[in-house]
Design a protein around this ligand. Structure first.
Ligand code: NIG
Ligand code: FE
Length: 414
């Protein structure tokens, strides 16, 4: 593998090997006239150019010309694999239908399930590759991808196999973390028999998903998987060695955040309607609050209370929630804009949330999420030399070069 040296960079990065919590989220290390050396995919030097060891032979040099170098972004919550599209539902929602009412009449997740079951693994993979390329262009170097549109053992495993075939592709552009989300909805064949479907997941799907997924996630929601079913499933998953995630308190206040804290989940996600007690317990238990502003925006819902989490001392991550239904967007620039404009997060907090804390939400804070010796050579070089410009360019992609594991995966053509 070739070596890389980034010179003349304004390095902007959180530091550490675990999520940054509360006030710590605003602390960034800033190095003007900095250099980053990457060998065999890992950072071997990150600091002032003046103190950098002299470059060895065989080094590709990237002159950043003073521009900002950030850790590559981590999109820690996506539904990357799916069959079909749902533009009709989007229009119904514009005309006043609610997300849950569409789901209750058999649309929503079930409609994507029907399409995913019939689509071939190759077709699913091809579609995902298109999104992965778009993500690279926005500086993303790690992405979490969920199953959850199969809802049968066979189709869920098909989805996980697609995720893993992308993750292990030697040509891959990003690191991919796999999550099993068999409990995304109750499939139509189990309508009214939620507990039996949970039994099926525990008996058949979880053992089959072992080794194919690192995390087990669930849509904990009123009239989907309520607290008792969620607890039962997540406990079984934990016993089988899965780390835990929850879609929690997205549509109504149900106690998903409290359950995440009780079970020591890695993250609880969405949290638009989290209770104050849920915020407190998540902070206490060290559960990462993964907030998904694009979903709130697309569903015209109130944004999650980012400031409450930060003030309670919790770690906040930001992610896109890319999926064909509630939020058909993987836009990192728009996520940044919404976090800064509507969620009152500072740009420093936003950067930490999209890098180190996203990595922590994927169980990868020791591997990526900051520019430090020993971490992966995952870097996003921006167009400008001042990171404060990130939210100012509202919704515009300002990534010039993306480097993942020491390889250039995107370079803007000017
Ligand atoms: O994170 N809320 C549940 N799951 C997704 C939406 C999935 C879909 O609508 O297809 C979410 O918002
Ligand atoms: Fe989601």
């Amino acid at each position: 593998m070739s070596n890389l040296a980034i010179i003349n960079a304004t390095i902007v990065t959180p530091t550490g090997h675990s999520a940054r919590k509360g006030d710590e989220m605003a602390h960034l290390r800033i190095i003007k006239e900095g250099a980053i050396h990457i060998a065999d995919g890992l950072i071997t030097y990150c600091g002032p150019m003046a103190e950098a060891p002299s470059a060895t032979t065989n080094v590709q040099v990237i002159d950043a010309e003073g521009r900002v170098a950030l850790p590559g972004f981590v999109d820690s919550h996506t539904h990357l694999i799916f069959g079909g599209y749902r533009p009709d539902e989007f229009e119904w929602r514009l005309k006043g239908d609610s997300y849950m009412s569409i789901m209750e009449r058999g649309g929503g997740i079930q409609s994507t399930v029907n399409a995913t079951r019939t689509e071939s693994a190759e077709a699913l993979r091809e579609k995902a590759e298109w999104f992965l390329s778009r993500m690279s262009e926005m500086g993303v170097t790690t992405v979490e991808a969920k199953s959850g549109y199969g809802l049968s053992t066979e189709s869920e495993m098909k989805m996980l196999d697609v995720i893993n075939s992308l993750a292990t592709d030697p040509e891959r552009k990003l690191r991919i973390v796999s999550t099993f989300l068999g409990a995304h909805a109750v499939p139509k064949e189990y309508k009214g028999r939620t507990a039996e479907y949970v039994d099926l997941i525990i008996r058949e799907m979880l053992p089959a998903a072992k080794g194919k997924a690192r995390f087990c996630d669930i849509f904990t929601e009123k009239n989907v998987f309520e607290i008792e079913d969620s607890r039962r499933l997540l406990k079984a998953a934990r016993e089988m060695g899965f780390e835990l995630k929850l879609h929690a308190d997205e549509i109504v206040t149900l106690g998903g955040a409290e359950l995440a804290a009780e079970l020591g989940a890695t993250s609880a996600d969405h949290l638009l309607h989290v209770s104050d007690e849920g915020v407190r317990r998540m902070a206490e238990a060290g559960v990462v609050a993964t907030l998904l502003p694009l979903t709130a925006f697309a569903l015209k819902e109130p944004f999650a209370p980012a400031r409450k989490f930060i003030e309670a001392g919790a770690a906040v991550a930001l992610a896109t929630d890319l999926n064909p239904g509630s939020c058909f967007s993987g836009s990192i620039p728009l996520t940044i804009a919404l976090a800064c404009i509507y969620m009152k997060m500072s740009i420093e907090e936003t950067i930490t949330a999209l890098t180190l804390n996203g990595a922590a939400a994927c169980g990868l804070a020791e591997v990526t999420g900051s520019l430090e010796v020993g971490k992966a050579g995952d870097v996003a070089i921006l167009e400008f030399d001042n990171y404060h410009s990130l939210p100012y360019y509202v919704g515009m992609n300002c990534v010039r070069t993306t480097i993942a594991g020491g390889k250039i995966t995107y370079n803007a053509n000017h």
